[in-house]
Design a protein around this ligand. Structure first.
Ligand SMILES: C[S@@+](CC[C@H](N)C(=O)[O-])C[C@H]1O[C@@H](n2cnc3c(N)ncnc32)[C@H](O)[C@@H]1O
Length: 243
């Protein structure tokens, strides 16, 4: 593989793919698609629908995503997992035709996504091209029709784990939380905090809720649990702001 294109596809709406992304999908020779296992079939279907919509004629090669070894400490577990994914890309592409290889990356390749870190493990290193995509942050603020930041205000984008472990980030008026399977907003003092929450942003199943954190907290916890049980999985993001 001499050229690898990472194409941001947005957060689940086929219309999130930019014109630049569509052109790249049409121009790619090979598209590499991960098989993520039970429960995530909808996402594989979405990737195929995006390819069809773009009129892509590339050869599609699928590979099975490896499973993380939970017995290892966090950093080692992630590093080994990335090594294994890079090895599977190389194995899957052994007989691929010459020409650019494309990967459809959820949201934007630069935000809480390790595709660039995995690509850095490839040897020989391919030429990289990154095509930006709509992030979950943009999908969330657009769905609620709110600005990302206050006037001249700082925003911290963080994870549920960091919010739980360290509380409200110093100096931030606005905090956006991703990768939170545990409703970590529960650990905050709700006084003066508003929340804008969204699940399945951009998809037909999209759910939104917002309000003062104290009142919204139990409602979001219930909505999230119910949606997760119904679909078998969930992706959600929220924005917190101190008034
Ligand atoms: C591994 S990160 C990928 C982020 C992605 N690269 C982006 O640009 O948005 C996955 C997290 O993104 C958020 N996310 C992605 N898609 C989402 C969606 N459709 N609705 C709500 N949150 C989403 C969730 O917080 C999820 O835990």
């Amino acid at each position: 593989m001499t050229e690898l294109w990472l194409i941001g596809i947005g957060t689940g709406h086929p219309g999130h793919v930019t014109l630049e992304g569509r052109d790249a999908l049409r121009d790619a020779t090979t598209v590499l698609i991960p098989r993520k296992g039970a429960g995530k079939e909808d996402l594989a279907h979405l990737r195929h629908a995006i390819l069809n919509g773009a009129g892509a004629t590339a050869r599609v090669i699928e590979f099975d995503m490896p499973v993380r070894d939970d017995s290892l400490p966090y950093q080692d577990r992630v590093a080994r997992w990335h090594d294994e994914i890079a090895a599977r890309w190389q194995f899957a592409l052994e007989d691929a035709p010459d020409g650019p290889v494309a990967l459809l990356v959820w949201g934007d390749p630069g935000l809480y996504d390790s595709t660039l870190r995995i690509a850095a493990r490839l040897s020989p290193a391919p030429r990289l091209r990154v095509i930006p995509g709509i992030t979950a942050l943009q999908a969330l603020t657009a769905a609620h029709a709110i600005p990302f930041n206050t006037v001249n205000g700082a925003v911290v984008v963080t994870t549920g784990r960091k919010l739980r472990d360290h509380g409200w980030p110093a100096g931030a008026e606005t905090v956006v939380v991703m990768l939170d399977g545990e409703c970590s907003f529960r650990t905050l003092d709700p006084e003066g905090v508003e929340i804008w929450w969204g699940a399945f942003l951009g998809m037909p199943e999209q759910i939104l809720h917002s309000g003062p954190l104290r009142a919204a907290e139990p409602e979001i916890i219930a909505l999230r649990a119910e949606a997760r049980a119904r679909h078998g999985w969930i992706m959600d993001t929220y924005l917190l702001r101190k008034q």
